[in-house]
Design a protein around this ligand. Structure first.
Ligand SMILES: O=c1[nH]cc([C@@H]2O[C@H](COP(=O)(O)O)[C@@H](O)[C@H]2O)c(=O)[nH]1
Length: 356
């Protein structure tokens, strides 16, 4: 498969410099999980009717239908993407946003390409690993999720990838089998993903169990608890803790040296000064969950209900907290990439010396 790697990214990789991969789904599809099997299948319980334009946009399989959440609107999404790339650069690494353009996977986008992605929004197909072959074969445009971004990052040799939140095991996932392919990708692709954890709209403890089954190293940054995206706490202990970028780099280095071939998840709590608004959003999530329970909304109907209700309850105030935590992750991701590049160079020198 041919992958277009931006010259700046290719040059950095060739000299062993720090590079950070970034996903495109958060630019074009917003930040809320969008696996919404509602209404496309008349047998599924549904909380609202869909209109014709949504119906036309539904492609096989039904989980690819458009979610009702507004996502990050243009031009805010472009501004955020540009600012996140700038944070990576300021910290000493090269950003490589990944997307599929006209059937060609791109690693590192020009400013025109980034703008096209941001303006097109949901016209770019949300592309997880399972969608890659189809999007490429049909010459389509794809916004890559965590699983697809990890796949391409690894293909070109980028070991670190920054995002906001990853997908996980959905509530009632034990019945619906609705488990994000991000988790299986983490099990088989040696890329370190820096994220703010998993939203409490998902089943966090089962997500951690699933990651354990997949053999994924999960570390929380400067905390013992696994963060829940909008809040620093989730009630779940993290399997291990890291306190510096250098420590993260050592784990990535060990993972690679031992050929473990599995991924690493580094979970970073939302910055403290944004935790207050995060708490408001979290309360809305908890309220909506309680309402869902009272109304006996279960299974596949729960996610669309939650998205609608949280949006109503918070008036869309999640956006700023969201942007802040992605930038915070980008800073740490770039620090880790720089630390890893330094560590590799030191080790290469040491091995070279001892071979003399
Ligand atoms: O808190 C979030 N979780 C997940 C996503 C996006 O959704 C994808 C997971 O989707 P699914 O649950 O359909 O696997 C992730 O890889 C990411 O691109 C996101 O933007 N924000």
């Amino acid at each position: 498969m041919s992958i277009a790697v931006a010259p700046e990214v290719a040059a950095a990789l060739a000299r062993g410099a720090a590079v950070v991969a970034l996903e495109s789904t958060i630019i074009s599809h917003g930040q809320l999980p969008s696996t919404l099997p509602f209404a496309a299948d008349p047998l599924l319980p549904c909380t609202r009717k869909i209109n014709n334009s949504e119906r036309n946009s539904i492609r096989f399989p039904f989980t690819a239908c458009l979610p009702p959440s507004p996502g990050m609107p243009y031009p805010k999404n472009l501004q955020t993407a540009v600012e996140v790339e700038a944070v990576v650069r300021e910290t000493g690494a090269i950003p490589a946003t990944i997307a599929i353009l006209d059937g060609v996977p791109h690693v590192g986008l020009s400013s025109e390409q980034l703008k096209r992605l941001a303006i097109s929004g949901r016209q770019f197909q949300k592309t997880a690993r399972r969608d890659i072959a189809h999007v490429v074969a049909s010459g389509g445009n794809g916004a890559t999720t965590v699983s697809a971004t990890m796949f391409f990052a690894h293909k070109v040799g980028i070991p670190i990838f920054v995002t906001g939140g990853i997908g996980g095991v959905h509530r009632h996932g034990e019945q619906t089998m609705d488990i994000s392919s991000d988790l299986t990708e983490l099990g088989k692709t040696p890329v370190a993903v820096i994220s703010a954890g998993v939203k409490s709209i998902l089943d966090i403890s089962r997500t951690l169990e699933y990651l354990e089954t997949q053999g994924v190293t999960v570390a929380a940054y400067r905390t013992n608890e696994f963060p829940a995206f909008f809040t620093e706490t989730s009630g779940c202990q993290a399997p291990c803790r890291v306190d510096s970028a250098e420590e993260c780099a050592k784990i990535i280095y060990a993972n690679r040296n031992l050929h473990l071939c599995s991924g690493i998840l580094i979970a970073v709590p939302i910055p403290t000064h944004h935790a207050a608004s995060g708490n408001i959003i979290e309360s809305a999530i908890q309220k909506a969950l309680k309402e869902a329970e009272e109304k006996r909304i279960i299974g596949n109907a729960i996610t669309p209900f939650m998205l609608e209700r949280v949006k109503e309850l918070t008036g869309g105030s999640s956006l700023e907290a969201n942007i802040a935590l992605v930038k915070n992750n980008a800073r740490l991701g770039a620090e880790v990439a720089v630390a890893l590049s330094n560590l590799q160079q030191r080790e290469a020198k040491r091995i070279g010396r001892s071979a003399l």
